[in-house]
Design a protein around this ligand. Structure first.
Ligand code: F6R
Length: 590
């Protein structure tokens, strides 16, 4: 959700910023831009469109200078236009600002500032450079003016600002949107995530809410809201930046799908003591509530079945954006388990803050170590999935499932046996891959004209129906609904017509017989049935065969075929699966 980068050092800023923006592009890709300081003036280059096109059209590679800021946009306020692209400047072009988040009081601020300064965009962000200008005009230095402006802003923000008045520095402020400082040699960086500058340094400082920073080539200074200098907590990032590259693949999504057998093996390498301590707390809690959004929420729904079936604990799942509405029922005997790939999803962070205020204990399952969610949790399990760049969640979903199963096995006192079962499944998932890769493109191609898909399943597989539908919607832009198979006859059956594609997840487990009955009902109305099963049933028009596994573990073997169906459907429709329209990977706004 908008990617920011700032750089001060000996290297040409244009090259550093362009590379960093490419690594941040998964956060937003409707427009991009940079502001680079050269010889005491700000050179602004920005436009709408994908980063590579903007770099080319604006000749960003040719810009000279060693200090700069850059931005990839995911539009919130104002359409996708050149004027609305970041950076935004003040009237005199002396200050340039990039921003991620939402300024909630932008209407009032704009009304006041537009009496003095000319606005040229529709964004909420543009109030920031004008506000900084107002403070400079009242006598403050640039640095102090940025901090004073931040005090007036309501909402969430990560802001980077540069000015020709103090051309050797990038000034940063953060509230509820991530910012990470990278410490280099004769160069320093600040970005929305550490991946942006990972080729240069692994030594980072995570800014906390309401902290500010001043970054020069030789020095980084971090302040609290009262402008007191803070002791810096430097940590080391474990990821290798090469893990975040596409390698020989055309798309990140396919690479990340195919990494999943290995991701299962990596994700289950967890500290036994930690898992067992967490399991004991789960068993002792008065109530256990999962919180997550999108695919992470679907993983939580599967976790709910696994906790019940394996760990004998009843739990509930609440969407991040709805969590606050249950605050009356959350107290210090509540255990909240938050799931998030990014650890920065605003709706999840909001829910977790509410839970903490009410005294609840918070465990989190996150992929990005050091993320906001990880830092605010009482106990954290890292997914160990490596960087996930494709916008659609794939390997992070798989890793979340594995950790939920591990916790469930630990609750049952069978952690080691369970880990062995998960390891065995990783081999079966690997063995299934070539078959899926040859079978699924043909199915996707045959169905490429269809605009409505239904996904059905029961029991622990039901959330896989939701996950399959979500993947298809987000990257293929077709309407898809996932639902418990038993619900079909309660209304949705009216939509089934001749040739309507119905994807059914029905391994020969405890859900099999009832699911087959529901498919018969759909088939009788003309549905085209795509079965995902370990048994080739005659009711299927198309069959995607999966390996037979223990019946609680089927979600692990149905994940990849559903992801590949969505991936190949996107390709069959001529779409870029890595950059679906209107979406961004890290959703840092409410
Ligand atoms: C779906 C997808 C999204 C995310 C959701 C939560 O493919 O990617 O639905 O799952 O935005 O993101 P995290 O897990 O980062 O909190």
């Amino acid at each position: 959700m908008c990617g920011l980068i700032g750089y001060v050092g000996d290297e040409p800023a244009a090259a550093v910023l362009s590379g960093a923006l490419a690594r941040l592009e998964y956060r937003g890709y409707d427009s991009a831009g940079v502001a680079i300081l050269n010889d005491g003036i700000i050179i602004l280059a920005k436009d709408k469109g994908k980063l590579a096109d903007v770099i080319k059209a604006c000749k960003i590679d040719t810009l000279v200078g060693h200090v700069g800021i850059g931005h990839t946009r995911w539009a919130t306020h104002g359409g996708v236009t050149k004027e609305n692209a970041h950076p935004h400047c003040d009237d005199k072009n002396q200050i340039a600002v990039v921003h991620n988040g939402i300024i909630e009081n932008c209407v009032e601020l704009r009304a006041r500032l537009s009496r003095k300064y000319k606005f040229i965009s529709d964004t909420d962000t543009e109030v920031i450079p004008h506000l900084i200008r107002e403070y400079i005009d009242s006598g403050l230095t640039f640095e102090r003016a940025v901090f004073a402006a931040a005090r007036e802003l309501k909402g969430s923000y990560a802001i980077l600002a540069v000015s020709m008045l103090e051309p050797e520095k990038v000034v940063a402020v953060r509230k509820e949107s991530p910012l990470v400082i990278g410490l280099g040699v004769k160069s320093n960086y600040i970005g929305s995530d550490a991946l942006s500058f990972l080729p240069y340094t692994k030594n980072v400082i995570f800014l906390e809410d309401n902290e500010r920073a001043v970054i020069t080539k030789d020095k980084v200074t971090v302040y609290n809201e009262d402008h007191e200098e803070l002791t810096q907590k430097v940590t080391q990032i474990q990821w290798e930046w090469k893990a975040g590259t596409k390698g020989n693949y055309d798309y990140y999504m396919l690479k990340e799908i195919e990494e999943q057998p290995q991701v299962i093996r990596q994700s289950i390498m967890q500290d036994n003591n930690l898992i067992n301590r967490m399991a004991i707390e789960i068993l002792r809690a008065r109530q256990v509530v999962f919180v997550g959004c999108g695919s992470s929420r679907n993983a939580a729904l599967i976790g709910r079945y696994a906790f019940s079936k394996i760990g004998h604990v009843f739990s509930d799942v609440i969407l991040g954006s709805e969590f606050g509405y249950f605050s009356e029922s959350v107290d210090k005997r509540t255990l909240v388990i938050a799931l998030s790939q990014s650890g920065e999803t605003a709706d999840v962070l909001d829910g977790v803050k509410q839970a903490k205020t009410n005294g609840a204990t918070v465990f989190s399952l996150v992929n990005v170590a050091g993320s906001s969610l990880a830092r605010m949790s009482d106990k954290v399990l890292c997914l160990n999935g490596g960087p996930e760049i494709g916008v659609a969640a794939t390997k992070s979903f798989m890793a979340e499932l594995c950790l939920l199963y591990l916790l469930a096995f630990a609750m049952d006192g069978t952690l080691e046996k369970g880990r062995g079962m998960l390891r065995d499944v990783s081999d079966l998932v690997e063995a299934d891959l070539p078959r899926h890769s040859s079978r699924i493109p043909g199915i996707a191609n045959r169905l490429k004209e269809r605009e409505d898909f239904y996904f059905l399943a029961r029991g622990i597989n039901f959330a896989m129906a939701g996950e399959g539908a979500l993947k298809l919607k987000e990257i293929s832009y077709v309407h898809a609904e996932g639902m418990p198979a038993g619900e079909l006859k309660h209304g949705t059956l009216a939509l089934i017509d001749n040739g309507t594609p119905v994807v059914v997840i029905c391994p020969t487990d405890y859900t099999f017989t009832d699911t087959i009955t529901n498919i018969m009902e759909a088939k009788a109305r003309g549905a085209h049935i795509i079965g995902i099963s370990n048994s080739a049933e005659s009711v299927f028009n198309d069959c995607i065969m999966i390996s037979k596994v223990d019946e609680v573990l089927y979600p692990l073997v149905t994940t990849i075929p559903l992801q590949l169906l969505a991936y190949h459907s996107a390709l069959a429709r001529g779409l870029d699966p890595d950059k679906p329209r209107n979406l961004a990977k890290s959703v840092t706004v409410k």
